[in-house]
Design a protein around this ligand. Structure first.
Ligand SMILES: Cc1cc2nc3c(=O)[nH]c(=O)nc-3n(C[C@H](O)[C@H](O)[C@H](O)COP(=O)(O)OP(=O)(O)OC[C@H]3O[C@@H](n4cnc5c(N)ncnc54)[C@H](O)[C@@H]3O)c2cc1C
Length: 380
């Protein structure tokens, strides 16, 4: 059997898995493809959930239709993997054999509730948005735990609804990724929209069941809604004992190959072994989905397994970033001004690479990519 008519199983039906499936067919795979998913809401994009769907601007999430690809879709979470026999077994006990396997099970929201404590609110899935929206409809006050991009998007949705929101984190908003220059600008913008920030080094605990507030050190805060946006955890439990996952996630090389022959991985579940940390962003999931598919077929990938484009929306302002993160120091302002909330910014890194940020200014991603490519200084 050539690899173009082999049996390929993709576990995970979000952007990394769906991209892999589409790439398998695009690269000429004629054999069977089985996609195993776990979400009753099907295949959908997560970034709009915290932007438009949470605000109530779109009734449904952006979904994908794979019916043209002749695949077998199973909605029953993978429960275990036997790499010696090359079989994935689902929770209902269905055995799914493979010649090549693509692991794309992504991540789940990191939770901070105590053992057995119920009622924590997180935002990762369409079901989470369905649960959160009515709470926001009735809320006058909210607490968001975590000032990363997700926490700031949830805080923005609260502010847009006129909810008084307090964001709690150890660091200022988005500072870990975007550095102090942009973080300071975001704080100024947020405070003008009555978003409060509280910083604490102490662990934050949820109070009440249902949750009515948080406590840290000697401080207690209460609100109508408390949302935890404390990062994500790679979904690797079903791989226990298979020798594929570790404490970081599923380690992959530049071909998205794992440590086990015939098993590839893509998206938020994966991390580049060379970097030893996950980079759980949309564009990486797309790039790795393509690379994993090509590698599963024994073909040359058409792109790199990483794509350093990232975007977010904070308090009505779109921020697009192309280039390496984190950012340090002050940028060159190429166009516009920070005061006007519309600027094109350039950071030059010590290694010769550059990062371009469109801060509230309309710039196509293609243009930012071109700028980053053309301005990189060769290091050899
Ligand atoms: C609310 C929100 C907003 C975001 N906004 C941005 C943004 O603005 N910009 C950006 O770059 N990134 C953003 N991201 C991150 C981006 O959405 C992720 O990087 C991307 O979704 C990763 O895709 P993935 O397919 O690897 O994993 P996921 O999207 O996590 O999907 C994994 C899929 O696998 C399924 N699954 C899990 N376990 C199993 C199992 N055992 N068996 C079968 N299936 C299983 C899950 O049901 C899920 O459908 C956002 C994420 C969220 C949650």
């Amino acid at each position: 059997m050539s690899s173009l008519d082999s049996r390929i199983v993709v576990v995970g039906d979000s952007i990394a898995g769906c991209t892999a499936v589409r790439e398998l067919r695009a690269r000429g795979h004629e054999g069977s493809i089985v996609m195993i998913g776990a979400d009753d809401d099907g295949c959908y994009a997560k970034p709009p959930l915290s932007k438009h769907v949470l605000k109530g601007e779109a009734a449904a999430a952006e979904t994908w239709d794979l019916s043209d690809l002749d695949i077998t879709a199973i909605v029953d979470p993978a429960a275990s993997l036997n790499t010696a026999r090359r079989i994935v077994t689902t929770t209902a006990g269905i055995d799914v054999p493979y010649d090549a396997l693509i692991v794309a099970t992504g991540a789940v929201a990191r939770r901070i509730a105590g053992p057995g404590q119920a009622g924590e609110t997180v935002l990762r899935t369409f079901a989470d948005v369905h649960a959160l929206r009515p709470k926001l409809d009735a809320a006058r006050t909210a607490i968001v735990v975590g000032a990363g991009f997700l926490g700031m998007e949830v805080a923005s949705a609260c502010a847009a609804r006129g909810i008084a929101v307090t964001v709690v984190d150890v660091d200022p908003p988005l500072q870990r990724l975007l550095g102090s220059f942009l973080s300071d600008a975001i704080v100024a913008r947020a405070e003008a929209a009555s978003v409060q920030f509280v910083r604490t080094d102490a662990p934050v605990a949820l109070v009440g069941e249902p949750v009515t507030g948080i406590e840290f050190a000697d401080t207690q805060l209460t609100a109508d809604v408390v949302v935890t946006c404390a990062g994500d955890v790679p979904q690797t439990e079903w791989l226990d004992g298979a020798g594929i996952a570790d404490g970081i996630g599923v380690g992959i090389d530049y071909l998205c190959a794992t440590a086990v022959p015939g098993v590839f991985a893509a998206g938020d579940v994966a991390y580049a072994r060379a970097a030893s940390r996950r980079a759980p962003f949309w564009s990486n999931a797309v790039a790795q989905g393509k690379v994993a598919a090509a590698s599963a077929l024994g073909l040359e990938p058409t792109c790199a397994p990483a794509d350093d484009y990232f975007w977010t929306e904070v308090l009505g302002l779109s921020i697009k970033v192309v280039g390496p993160l984190p950012l340090h120091g002050e940028p060159i302002v190429l166009e516009g001004s920070m005061e006007d909330g519309s600027a094109l910014l350039q950071w030059n890194h010590d290694d010769g690479r550059t990062t371009f940020v469109a801060y509230g200014i309309k710039k196509a991603v293609g243009l930012l990519r071109r700028l980053a490519r053309d301005s990189a200084v060769p290091t050899t």
